[in-house]
Design a protein around this ligand. Structure first.
Ligand SMILES: [Cu+2]
Length: 475
C-alpha cells in the first residue's frame, strides 16, 4: 500500500476516532499512526501489558548447543538419520528464570550453514538469527554465542532460520522455558513438542524438500505425528495432580487441534504469554510455531485410567499421546487461581483505528521452486521493509487472496487479533503467530516495544522458503 492510500484510510477513519487536524502532518510523516485521542486511549490501555526492558538479576545461565547429524528412533526399532541439537529430537529444553541472562555457545557441525532463531523471545535484534536481516549465517564448523535476557516468562522454542524447510524438518528444534517464580507451582510441568515426519519406506526422512506439491498445498505434512520425538508416547501422571502442559507445534506445515478426552484443560497462556483470562480448551488451532500452556487437573477418581490426547484438526481424529494415571491413592489437588496476565488491554476501540498496512498474501508462477509465495506481490529477498513506530499503536491487516493456510509470524512482537473477515473479535491473549485461513482477512493490533529490523513471514516453512517473507523496522 502506498502513502496515498495510508492517508486515504486515515481520512476515512479520522471521523470515527476523533483525530485532531494537527496530527495529519504527523501521520503523513510517519506513514503509520495518528495521534488522535482514541489512539492515545489505546496506547494508555496497553501500559503495563509487557515491559520494554528485561528484568535483570545478574545471573548468567550458560548452555552448550551443537547442531549435528545423528540418529533417532522415530519409529523404533528403526533408526532414522536426523539433524539434531545435542543429539536429541527434540533438542534440549533450556529452563531459566525470568531475569536470567541466557548465554548459548552454539557450534554448527552440520554440512551447511545455519543460525538460531528464538521464536517468540523478545531478544535484542542482533540475536534474532535471521541471515540478511540480523546476522550472517554461521558456516559449517563455526561457532556463535547467542546472549540475551528474556523480557517475558513463558514457553518459547528455537530453530534454524537458514534453509529452515529442510533443517527444521530434519529435527532441529529445541525448547526455551522462562519461569516466573511468582507463578503457582504445579504438580508437574510437562512439555509436549508436536511434530510430524514424512518418512520413506525405509524409515528415512523423505529428502525431497520444498516440492511443488508442498508449495501448492499447506507445506509438508508427514504421515507420522510425534510428541517429543516419539509416536504416541505415554506420560505418567497421578490422580489428583494439577499439571502445566506446554504444547509447542514445531511441524513445518501441519496444524494441530489438540484435545484431551475426558479432561477439562484451561488454556492459561498462548504463544508464551499468559492470557488476560484463562479459557477452556475447545477448538484451538495450533499452527506451526504456536504454543499453548494448559492447566490440567487429573481427577482424583481416575487412578488406573488412561486419558487420550488427540489431534482433531483433520476430519479424522488421531490419538497422539496418552496420560496414564498410576493406580493407588490419589494426591490432594493443589488449589490456586490459575496464573493470568497482570494487565491485558481490551482494545474495543482498536477496530476503529486506521490500518497502518495491509499485507496481501498470494502465490504466482515461477521462481526457483516453480511456485512463488508472495507478500504484496513481492518475494523474499526482494522486499521493502514496512515501518512501525516504536511505542505507538499499529493496526495491520493480512488479506489472504489464496486458498491455502498461512500462519503469519512477526519476529520480536506480540499482537492481538482484533478482527476476522472485518468482524471484531476479542481474543483475550497475545500471539506471535496467527493462522490466516483461505481467503480470510485478519486484523491485528500491536504496540512495538522492540527496536530493529524484524522478519515477518509465513511459518509454513515451505511457503517462507518460496518467498513468503518480508521485514518491518521498528524505530
Ligand atoms: Cu503460508
Amino acid at each position: 500500500m502506498n502513502k496515498i492510500r495510508v492517508v486515504g484510510f486515515f481520512v476515512l477513519f479520522s471521523g470515527l476516532i476523533g483525530v485532531s487536524t494537527g496530527s495529519l502532518s504527523a501521520v503523513q510523516k510517519e506513514g503509520i499512526v495518528g495521534t488522535g485521542t482514541k489512539i492515545d486511549t489505546l496506547e494508555k490501555e496497553f501500559e503495563g501489558s509487557f515491559p520494554e526492558a528485561a528484568p535483570k538479576h545478574g545471573e548468567i545461565r550458560e548452555f552448550e548447543l551443537e547442531a549435528s547429524e545423528s540418529q533417532w528412533g522415530i519409529v523404533p526399532p528403526y533408526q532414522t538419520e536426523v539433524w539434531s541439537y545435542n543429539g536429541k529430537v527434540p533438542g534440549p529444553i533450556f529452563r531459566v528464570n525470568l531475569g536470567d541472562t541466557v548465554r548459548v555457545r552454539f557450534t554448527n557441525k552440520l554440512p551447511q550453514s545455519t543460525t538460531i532463531h528464538w521464536h517468540g523471545v523478545r531478544v535484542p535484534n542482533a540475536m534474532d538469527g535471521v541471515p540478511g536481516v540480523t546476522q550472517p549465517a554461521i558456516e559449517s564448523g563455526e561457532s556463535f554465542v547467542y546472549e540475551f535476557t528474556p523480557k517475558d516468562a513463558g514457553t518459547f522454542w528455537f530453530h534454524p532460520h537458514v534453509n529452515s524447510a529442510e533443517q527444521v524438518e530434519r529435527g532441529l528444534h529445541g525448547v526455551l522455558i522462562v519461569e516466573d517464580p511468582d507463578e503457582p507451582q504445579y504438580s508437574q510441568d510437562l512439555e509436549m513438542v508436536l511434530d510430524d515426519w514424512r518418512l520413506d519406506r525405509n524409515w528415512k526422512i523423505d529428502d525431497r524438500f520444498v516440492t511443488r506439491h508442498d508449495l501448492a498445498h499447506d507445506g509438508r505434512w508427514g504421515q507420522y505425528r510425534t510428541v517429543n520425538g516419539a509416536v504416541k508416547p505415554v506420560f505418567d501422571v497421578k490422580a489428583g495432580e494439577r499439571i502445566r502442559i506446554r504444547l509447542i507445534n514445531v511441524a513445518n506445515g501441519r496444524v494441530f487441534s489438540p484435545q484431551f478426552r475426558g479432561l477439562s484443560p484451561q488454556v492459561i497462556a498462548v504463544d508464551g504469554m499468559l492470557a488476560g483470562k484463562p479459557f477452556p480448551l475447545r477448538r484451538f488451532f495450533l499452527a506451526s510455531g504456536n504454543r499453548i500452556d494448559l492447566d490440567v487437573v487429573i481427577p482424583t477418581t481416575s487412578a488406573g485410567n488412561t486419558f487420550e490426547i488427540v489431534d482433531s484438526f483433520s476430519r479424522k481424529t488421531v490419538p497422539i499421546a496418552y496420560l496414564k494415571v498410576a493406580s493407588g491413592e490419589p494426591l490432594e489437588t493443589p488449589l490456586f487461581d490459575p496464573p493470568r496476565a497482570a494487565h491485558f488491554p481490551e482494545w474495543r476501540e482498536a477496530i476503529n483505528a486506521p490500518i497502518s498496512h495491509e499485507y496481501e498474501l498470494d502465490a504466482k508462477r515461477g521462481g526457483p521452486y516453480g511456485i512463488t509465495w508472495t507478500m504484496d506481490d513481492e518475494a523474499w529477498p526482494k522486499v521493502k521493509p514496512q515501518e512501525l513506530v516504536f511505542g505507538r499503536f499499529n493496526r495491520l491487516r493480512f488479506t489472504n487472496k489464496s486458498s491455502r493456510l498461512h500462519p503469519m509470524h512477526l519476529h520480536g512482537q506480540f499482537f492481538k487479533v482484533i478482527a476476522r473477515k472485518g468482524k471484531p473479535v476479542n481474543e483475550n491473549f497475545w500471539r506471535d503467530t496467527i493462522l490466516v485461513g483461505p481467503k480470510e482477512t485478519v486484523d491485528i493490533a500491536l504496540i512495538p516495544l522492540d527496536k530493529g529490523l524484524w522478519a515477518n513471514h509465513c511459518h509454513i516453512l515451505e511457503h517462507a522458503e518460496a518467498g513468503m517473507m518480508s521485514t518491518f523496522s521498528v524505530k
